[in-house]
Design a protein around this ligand. Structure first.
Ligand code: SF4
Length: 306
């Protein structure tokens, strides 16, 4: 049993790591152990390009010179401040690629994610999270298993965002998990992009400012999955996801146990063995080979009892 949190840097995990984990934890571990392999398929590249095109349709990408880990985190905060102020003033009703983070459910892990899209209704001030998924070959929804990972993803985004709004994420939590210095002065280019908020010249003061802005927002009202076909970049189905906090808490706790080193990685259950057919590790996967051996052994026992 390894310390996989250390393998991914020891500080935090991405929401996308959890999605891979839900698909097959063992596969995720094999991929982490061979990080140098190029795994981006043409369909994945097309999906990434589509996300970028949609981001550029509503906002510009600005290069900021980063001189420290504190600067890198400050850029996330600047993005959040911009979103909160744009929604509050009505300057924008859609923002894309929004960073969220936190340590949900007291599981001792720090999570980071990038929300595809948050929409703000100008009249009702209602916020909706929309997660876009692209389909390469057909205008059909993915398998039930795949959709379960998408559901958890969009629910986690709501959880992380709402925790920021309710003030459940503290400066101390950020500093502790990410090993950041709250009193460190931010770099000149970061301060330049802060404009008239340059008085927030440390990560700690900028975090206070960002949290105050976020706490003026409402909680996320609706979570939706938007499925688009890569060929025409058009949405063919919107799927509403009912947020279920008890389900999310339990699913997250199962995932967190692995990252804390409380248990070994698991492969797929027998009912989902079809996932192994397209897995690059199928020939050598210890979990799968053990399962095959167990099944053969059960059959041999059954035959000898007849
Ligand atoms: Fe998971 Fe099956 Fe691949 Fe093993 S072969 S890593 S159990 S999908």
């Amino acid at each position: 049993m390894g310390n996989y949190l250390e393998i991914v840097g020891g500080k935090y995990i991405w929401v996308s790591d959890l999605m891979k984990q839900l698909w097959c934890e063992q596969q995720m571990v094999y991929e982490m152990e061979e990080p140098s392999l190029e795994r981006e398929t043409p369909a994945m590249k097309a999906g990434t390009d589509l996300h970028l095109a949609r981001e550029l349709a509503v906002q510009d990408i600005v290069n900021v010179e980063i001189t420290s880990p504190e600067d890198a985190f400050a850029v996330k905060l600047i993005n959040l401040i911009g979103m909160a102020e744009d929604f509050a003033t009505g300057a924008a009703c859609v923002r894309r690629e929004i960073p969220v983070f936190g340590a949900p459910y007291g599981e001792g892990l720090f999570l980071s994610g990038i929300v595809d899209e948050i929409r703000c209704d100008a009249e009702t001030f209602q916020l909706d999270v929309v997660e876009m998924k692209t389909r390469a070959n057909s205008k059909t929804l993915p398998s039930t298993s795949q959709m379960a990972t998408h559901r958890m993803q969009v629910m986690l985004y709501k959880k992380l965002f709402d925790d920021l709004v309710r003030g459940a994420v503290t400066k101390a939590t950020i500093a502790l998990h990410l090993r950041l210095r709250l009193d460190r002065r931010l770099g000149d280019d970061v301060l330049h992009h802060l404009g008239d908020r340059r008085a927030c010249d440390t990560l700690g003061s900028l975090t206070d400012f960002a949290f105050a802005r976020l706490q003026s927002l409402p909680f996320v009202a609706r979570t939706t999955l938007e499925y688009c076909h890569q060929a025409d970049a058009c949405c063919f189905e919107m799927v509403a996801v009912d947020y279920d906090d008890a389900w999310l808490r339990a699913a997250y706790a199962r995932c967190a146990g692995f990252w804390r080193g409380a248990r070994a990685a698991r492969g797929v259950d027998v009912e989902e063995a079809w996932k192994c057919r397209t897995c690059e590790f199928a020939d050598t996967c210890a979990w799968r080979l053990r399962r095959i051996e167990e099944i053969l052994s059960e059959r041999r026992s059954a035959c000898s009892e007849r």
